[in-house]
Design a protein around this ligand. Structure first.
Ligand code: ZN
Ligand code: ZN
Ligand code: ZN
Length: 257
């Protein structure tokens, strides 16, 4: 299995449009953050977590040639607005792409992208061919074991995921007890950490570090990052085993089977 951080930026992306701060004008490519998304490669199949508004650019950067399924965390714009980019994978590989999410997320996607499921909508440049699938527990998708994990995004329950030995929790501000049990001692835990100061709907840096200390993954990456983090400076201050993620970062795991 291989995972790649397609994007590790918060909803505005970094640089933030119009911002003259040190991080936004930095020449370090690791301070260039597209909107948060993950690629999971498993036995020749490619899975996405979310379709960020930057999916077009992310797919070009990764030379991505197929997408076998998408797992959505929630229906916020920065996580779903690249959905129409899935069309091109329909063109290349043919067939329908299954997209998974909790009931509210699937409902939001079907409402926001209503033209896709409207037989009366004009075809134009083609519509994505997608099949929505509601998640209500662990599934196996093309052999990949996928465990959805309920997490809190402020007041809203959304979905984190465990893919085999990797946990992915973006836009998280808290976890119910049963979810903590599913996330103990992973090989890799990817957690959202928005900024240094507390925030009502996202973990700030210290809250993410506290969760990591509790769940004890072998390695942890922080994602959904704002411009409050300079890559080099922040990484130098983080505890051992914890790093900021950067766009294009890949982590490979040996095949156990
Ligand atoms: Zn977000
Ligand atoms: Zn800035
Ligand atoms: Zn969100």
């Amino acid at each position: 299995m291989k995972i790649t951080i397609l994007g590790c930026g918060t909803s505005t992306g970094v640089p933030v449009v119009g911002c003259p701060c040190n991080v936004c004008v930095s020449k370090d490519p690791r301070n260039f953050r597209t909107r948060a998304s993950l690629l999971v490669e498993w036995k020749g199949r490619n899975f996405l977590v979310d379709t960020a508004p930057d999916l077009h650019m992310q797919a070009l950067a990764m030379k991505l040639r197929r997408v076998d399924a998408v797992f959505y965390t929630h229906g916020h714009a920065d996580h779903i607005f690249g959905l129409d980019e899935l069309r091109v994978f329909n063109f290349i590989q043919g067939g329908v792409i299954p997209i998974y999410g909790r009931p509210e997320t699937i409902e939001q996607i079907r409402r926001i992208f209503d033209y896709i499921w409207d037989p009366g909508a004009p075809l134009g440049g083609g519509k994505p061919m997608l099949e929505t699938r509601v998640l209500d527990g662990k599934v196996e998708v093309f052999g990949l074991p996928v465990q959805p994990v309920e997490i809190w995004h402020g007041q809203q329950p959304i979905t984190g995921y465990v893919f085999d030995r990797v946990g992915y929790l973006t836009d998280c501000s808290g976890l119910p007890e049963p979810s903590r049990a599913l996330l103990q001692e992973k090989e890799l835990l990817i957690v959202g950490a928005l900024r240094h100061r507390p925030h009502p709907t996202h973990f700030h840096l210290q809250a993410a570090l506290d969760l990591i200390a509790e769940l004890k993954p072998r390695r942890a990456l922080l994602t959904h990052l704002s411009h409050s983090f300079d890559y080099q400076k922040t990484c130098a201050e983080l505890p051992a085993g914890v790093e900021l993620a950067y766009d294009g970062q890949a982590v490979e795991f040996e095949d156990r089977s």
